[in-house]
Design a binder for this molecule. Structure first.
Ligand code: ZN
Ligand code: ZN
Length: 337
């Protein structure tokens, strides 16, 4: 009899053998956390275990928690289950959780980045590392064939050209992206020689955690540090909530843009009410998901958040044992994508 290493419980994914949860959405005694996005790392757990690089962001968001940080690949024994964390390539410290018990290996992916272009990676964290396992629990945020990311260099060439044109026209470039993960990826990818870079406070506090973890980001300034002339040439990186706010109006004349995987959807830019949309995601696209799943060698695959039905059908067609897990990921302030 093989036993399932992770099962669905009302409070989240639960490991019966080790008596702990992975990314639970209700308070539990012991939580293993894949990454510090709000829908995966919630308040109120008795003890947290997470990858060390993400500890700073986790503490900044959740306050004074009981946290055991783990290095990449370091293994701990929890109730007889060997638990280790492996890079997911999604944001700083984002990990896949590998569980091993009585010869069975299960991996819960959390969110991860893998693109149609096999050599592409998120430069702000170590790349997704497939783990061989019997059962792979995968996200599927962009699990539809329409989602195929272009090369990042092409997207950043467009962002740079947009910023340069705005600077020449004497208006600021307000670039909106989720404050943890997307904003740092934008900062790491743009050509910082075009002009000064301003960040919103919500972005800058996360930047500090990235820099403390050794991630190189260009120099950034506060909005107050620049005069009107300098602001008119600046790239301003801020969270989506800043759109149309009093803070944004302080920029004077500006153009705005939104960077997200959702910008691939027809009409998404218009609904967001921004001048431009750049398709840039920290999640796997459809070919990336397929390649990542195949690379695990898993015969059983469980799908968490995203387009579950389409992915389950594709996996079953490949002869795999596939099913979906009902989770609450992506439900709290939307999935940062
Ligand atoms: Zn995430
Ligand atoms: Zn997620």
């Amino acid at each position: 009899m093989s036993e399932d290493l992770l099962v669905q419980r009302p409070e989240g994914l639960y490991c019966p053998a080790g008596d702990f949860h992975v990314d639970p959405w209700r308070p539990v005694a012991r939580a293993v956390i894949t990454h510090a996005h709000a829908d995966h790392a919630r308040r109120g757990h008795g003890a947290y275990l997470a990858q060390a690089d993400g500890a700073g962001v986790l503490r900044a968001r959740l306050g004074d928690i009981t946290l055991q940080p783990l290095a990449w690949g370091e293994a701990v024994d929890i109730g007889g289950v060997r638990v280790s964390l492996h890079p997911a390539g999604h944001v700083l410290g984002s990990a896949q959780v590998r569980l091993e018990h009585r010869g069975q290996v299960w991996v819960a992916s959390g969110d991860y980045f893998a693109s149609a272009h096999a050599d592409e990676r998120n430069p702000t964290c170590p790349p997704f590392e497939p783990q061989r396992c019997h059962c792979f629990i995968t996200e599927s945020t962009f699990g539809l064939p329409i989602y195929r990311w272009r090369r990042q260099a092409e997207v950043f060439a467009e962002i740079d050209a947009w910023w340069r044109a705005n600077a020449e026209a004497g208006r600021a470039s307000l670039l909106l992206g989720y404050s943890f993960g997307k904003a740092q990826r934008l900062l790491a990818g743009v050509d910082a020689s075009i002009g000064p870079i301003v960040t919103h406070g919500a972005v800058e506090s996360v930047n500090e955690a990235y820099r403390a973890a050794g991630v190189a980001l260009p120099a950034t300034q506060t909005i107050d540090a620049l005069d009107k002339a300098a602001l008119s040439r600046a790239l301003v990186v801020a969270p989506p909530a800043v759109h149309g706010s009093a803070w944004a109006r302080r920029l004077g004349d500006y153009a705005d843009a939104f960077a997200s995987g959702w910008m691939q959807l027809r009409g998404a830019r218009r609904r967001q009410g921004v001048d431009r949309g750049f398709v840039l995601s920290d999640h796997a696209d459809w070919p990336g998901l397929q390649r990542a799943i195949v690379a695990t060698g898993a015969e059983r695959v469980l799908i968490t958040h995203g387009y579950e039905a389409v992915m389950v059908r594709w996996l079953c067609e490949q002869g795999l044992d596939a099913d979906s897990f009902r989770t609450e990921y992506g439900s709290q302030d939307g999935e940062p994508a």
